[in-house]
Design a protein around this ligand. Structure first.
Ligand code: MIC
Ligand code: SF4
Length: 649
């Protein structure tokens, strides 16, 4: 029986476990990446492990907190640069670009394992890297030489045939997949792109698809490393980093999704979920106020050259504000040299810093009640910084069409030809904003006053008594739990940041947790399906933990958030009967006696002491995870093994 790409790469990195879908396995990690918003905590955790030099090839990017309204972000950046120099980490300075774009260009490696403290780390699946988004603590552990545990994925083949027609794009492919698979119920799946249609997609196009696979909730997405990949590596001056990675001809998959690329049309994800997908034509004529082109999903030279071609000799509609974010300094310098930058400026675009920016709500908040058309990957309510604005996710082509006409229009209806684009034979390589660690470690690490140590939980008590502090519905994202935007500057200051948990959902949450604590209770969060979807921000677990949350009782919890809850010692249970969600009330007292004995089984019975009812629940944690929760989180556990199990790359 042949092997698919996951079997091959996981097989070469497996340290222990059985390679069967659903089983927990332990793998070695070749590369790690961090970004600044989660990086400070990750490096503080790394420092607490007492390992002098990182074991993985580790790259630390500054791309999220570049707003710098106050000293906090700048202090964090200095901490990150000095801690990198001390421990052997490569440091990509602010201005060099968005971590996933830069990593793809300069550090990606086919056939390797990469974990990153950012949910869009799977972007590098575009070149055949097995790349996963995880919490910062998991990255810290890998950097220190530890292994990474994951559930062996159920692999779904996405068989691509045919070719995209003009104006239909990689973004439309992933939006079509979001329409088919939705953002819910895909935990444990991994996508493998295959079929004759793959060869017609460039690496940046594959990156768009792999990047936004995150919104499906899958573990990761991967493309083979083929001749197109080789040409990309050669053009990046990294031909020696390229190796072919392909599945066996008779590889096995759990199922196959067929996509005929010629049938893909321009698509849009409407507010407030990436799976609320429609055809652009269905929205024709809807007036648009703001257009933003960029983010780690769509900010490549390919994307911006096509946009520049569309805007050349034309002017942005008077009622539209158009912002453009080149994904990296390399992209910015290339559009400057090609002349595209001037076409954008002359047309009326606002050129913004190569950073996450608008995508994470750092600037460019749209006006009240407006329609904002964006090329990024998430449109959760309020993430843009304006709660009642509607954010629509589209391709750069559809975004540029809206910028020109002031309304939604299928770009096929514009009436002018698709701009010419040829993949560059070579990219300008300038790693001038990448600081490589000195051979002799630097002793001094700068720590600004905003930086505090990561909080530790206490071991799970013998019996758990929690009061329900909030009841939320389905698809609560980590943006709902722990808002980002202008609050990003508090990422290194947990007591401060914790004051904003559920700020936009229920401003009474923090106060109630405090009252429960004073009365001797822990707090519980009750949720519906897909709780914790979206980002890998461990603050969405760490801050509730800091407020005294010990239990999340939900219909289902998304993969990265579930791992973060475990890492911070929060017990996560699923309703056996989802109807029990509606039978609970805020303030109810939930009780689980003899927790250690109860968790020996995967079925537990909580008691609602307020109503007197029993709530049967499922505990999906592996025995390793149960031990971590009982210990009060990974920082309390000495399971860190401190040695790396031979990289295969
Ligand atoms: C995001 O897109 O939501 C972020 C900001 O990149 C997060 C990481 C974070 O919250 O720091 C992610 O995707 O993991
Ligand atoms: Fe940055 Fe947005 Fe990508 Fe997150 S999704 S890494 S905020 S560009």
């Amino acid at each position: 029986m042949g092997q698919n790409l996951y079997d091959k790469i996981l097989g070469r990195h497996m340290v222990s476990g059985i390679p069967e879908a659903g089983a927990e396995i332990v793998v070695s990690i070749d590369q790690t990446l961090t970004q600044d918003a989660l990086g400070t905590m990750a490096y503080l955790q790394f420092e607490s492990m007492g390992v002098p030099r990182v074991v993985t090839e580790s790259i630390s990017y500054v791309d999220h907190n570049t707003l710098q309204d106050g000293f906090e972000n700048a202090d964090d950046h200095r901490y990150l640069q000095t801690v990198a120099a001390k421990h052997g980490v490569i440091f990509s300075k602010a201005g060099n670009g968005i971590c996933h774009q830069v990593h793809l260009e300069r550090f990606s490696r086919p056939g390797c394992t990469l974990i990153g403290s950012d949910s869009h780390t799977p972007t590098c699946g575009a070149v055949g890297t097995l790349a996963m988004g995880v919490g910062g603590l998991d990255v810290a552990t890998a950097m220190a030489g530890g292994t990474y545990s994951l559930i062996y994925p159920t692999v779904v083949r996405v068989n691509l045939t045919g070719r995209l027609s003009a104006w239909s794009t990689a973004k439309d492919i992933i939006l079509e997949l979001l329409r088919i698979l939705t953002t819910k119920g895909n935990v444990g799946l991994a996508l493998e792109y295959a079929g004759p249609g793959v060869a017609a997609l460039s690496v940046p196009e594959r990156a768009t698809i792999a990047n936004m696979g995150t919104e499906l909730g899958v573990t990761t997405s991967i493309f083979p490393s083929d001749d197109v990949t080789r040409d990309f590596f050669i053009a990046q001056g990294r031909g020696l980093d390229w190796i072919p990675v392909a599945p066996d001809a008779d590889a096995c998959y759990e199922r196959t999704i067929e996509l005929e690329l010629g049938s893909i049309v321009p698509m849009v994800a409407k507010p407030h979920s990436p799976d609320n997908v429609a055809k652009v034509r269905e929205l024709s004529g809807l007036k648009v106020d703001q257009v933003l082109i960029g983010s780690c999903t769509n900010s490549s030279f390919h994307d911006l050259t096509v946009v520049a071609g569309m805007l050349k000799g034309r002017t942005v509609h008077p009622d539209v504000s158009l912002g453009i974010v080149p994904g990296s300094r390399q992209v910015l310098s290339m559009i400057a040299v090609s002349g595209g930058l001037n076409d954008l400026i002359v047309a009326g675009a606002r050129i913004l810093e190569s950073a996450c920016g608008f995508c994470v709500g750092c600037g460019q908040a749209p006006r009240t009640g407006s329609v904002s058309v964006r090329t990024n990957n998430r449109n959760f309510e309020g993430r843009s910084g304006t709660r009642d604005a509607g954010v629509y996710l589209v391709s750069p082509e559809t975004a540029a069409a809206a910028a020109l006409t002031g309304a939604f229009i299928d770009p096929r209806d514009l009436g002018f030809p698709y701009p010419e684009y040829r993949a560059p034979r070579s990219y300008p390589v300038d790693d001038g904003l990448i600081v490589f660690p000195p051979a002799k470690p630097v002793a001094e690490v700068f720590r600004g006053p905003n930086i505090g140590l990561p909080p530790k939980n206490t071991p799970m008590p013998e019996s758990l008594s929690c009061k329900v502090a909030i009841i939320v519905g389905d698809k609560i994202s980590t943006d709902h739990i722990m808002p980002a935007g202008s609050l990003l500057k508090y990422r290194s200051n947990i007591p401060k940041y914790a004051q904003f948990v559920f700020r936009d959902v229920d401003s009474g949450f923090v106060g109630r947790c405090g009252e429960h604590g004073k009365a001797g209770f822990s707090s519980a969060i009750v949720a519906g399906q897909s709780y914790g979807q979206g980002s890998s921000r461990e603050h969405a677990a760490m801050c509730p933990m800091f407020l005294g949350v010990r239990l999340v009782l939900a219909s289902s919890v998304e993969r990265i958030h579930a791992a973060n809850l475990v890492n911070f010692g929060i017990l996560m249970l699923e309703f056996e009967d989802p109807g029990d969600h509606d039978r609970l009330k805020q303030g109810d007292e939930l009780y689980l006696g003899n927790v250690r004995e109860a968790l020996a089984s995967d079925r537990v019975r909580l008691v609602n002491k307020t109503s007197g009812m029993e709530i049967p629940a499922i505990c999906r944690l592996t025995s390793r995870q149960k031990n971590i929760v009982l210990a009060g989180g990974a920082l309390n556990i000495a399971s860190f093994d401190g040695c790396k199990a031979g990289s295969q790359c």
